[in-house]
Design a protein around this ligand. Structure first.
Ligand SMILES: [Zn+2]
Length: 276
């Protein structure tokens, strides 16, 4: 019966983290709105975008408030963007999957790694919102993400059994792949292909992954996603060949993927193709 209670507990934690993630997704949206309005950004989203009606506590419940009014403002009945509940759902799922597939067993010092990663996820959700809405990865969010990734990397050294030289080498190689490549493209194209925000985001990615293969996997995944989205847009827009697509959200999705599933994928690949 012991394993049964463990499953029950894990399910409870999963549901709890999903709900907490929804709330933090809502918080990330509020933070972005406040940052853009240059107000005190720790307080919540306060007004409807259209009628400026003050929102009550009920209006701020993630997803449920959106569903309960069928995606319309409770006061002016204007259709609200599906973007908001999507960001909330996305953050909730990111919390949930991070719990289920975290690279370490979540206990002891690794528990602090998990909390740091969740904090990073909230910053990344805010960055996704910013980049999609304004094609911008603001330093106010990217620098805290870099410090968060650095804290993660330093603490993970004490969780891993890796030697110091090995750990530093892997981190530097990882940074060269993620940030180094972007920096090169940024300089070569004079900032046209890759923005400086993406280069800084690349630093956070390199620190979180600390493995050149995982960093490469992240870039590959992000480029593929970008290509899949850009192709139909290129076909539909006949005149405008110059497309502006925010790359940040793809990079962040690439980081999620590589961080949670990259190592298993690499292990599978090496065992299947290299040691036959
Ligand atoms: Zn309204």
């Amino acid at each position: 019966m012991i394993s049964g209670s463990i499953v029950l507990m894990q399910t409870a934690i999963s549901i709890y983290l999903f709900i907490i993630g929804l709330c933090f997704g809502s918080f990330a949206l509020a933070m972005v709105d406040r940052m853009k309005a240059k107000k005190d950004w720790v307080k919540g989203r306060s007004k409807c975008d259209f009628c400026k009606h003050k929102l009550s506590v009920i209006d701020l419940i993630p997803i449920l408030s959106w569903l309960s009014t069928a995606g319309k403002c409770r006061y002016c009945k204007k259709k609200l963007s599906v973007f908001y509940p999507l960001v909330e759902l996305f953050t909730g799922l990111a919390f949930l999957f991070s719990y289920l597939y975290f690279p370490y067993e979540i206990s002891g010092l690794a528990l602090s790694l998990f909390v740091i990663w969740l904090f990073g996820l909230v910053l990344m959700s805010a960055l996704i919102v910013f980049d999609i809405r304004w094609y911008l990865l603001p330093n106010k969010l990217v620098y805290p993400l870099i410090y968060t990734a650095l804290a993660y990397r330093i603490i993970s050294y004490f969780v891993n059994t890796q030697g110091l030289i090995e750990a530093i080498t892997a981190t530097i190689l990882s940074l060269l792949v993620s940030a180094g490549l972007f920096w090169f493209l940024h300089v070569v194209s004079d900032g046209k292909w890759i923005g400086d925000g993406d280069v800084r985001l690349g630093v956070a990615i390199g620190l979180f992954l600390a493995n050149p293969f995982l960093a490469w996997l992240c870039l590959f995944f992000a480029s593929m996603l970008g290509l899949i989205l850009a192709l139909p847009m290129l076909i539909h827009s006949k005149k405008k060949l110059k497309l502006k697509i925010p790359f940040g959200p793809f990079l962040i999705l690439g980081l999620y993927f590589s961080f949670l599933f990259g190592q298993s994928l690499l292990d599978w690949y090496t065992s299947t193709f290299l040691y036959l």
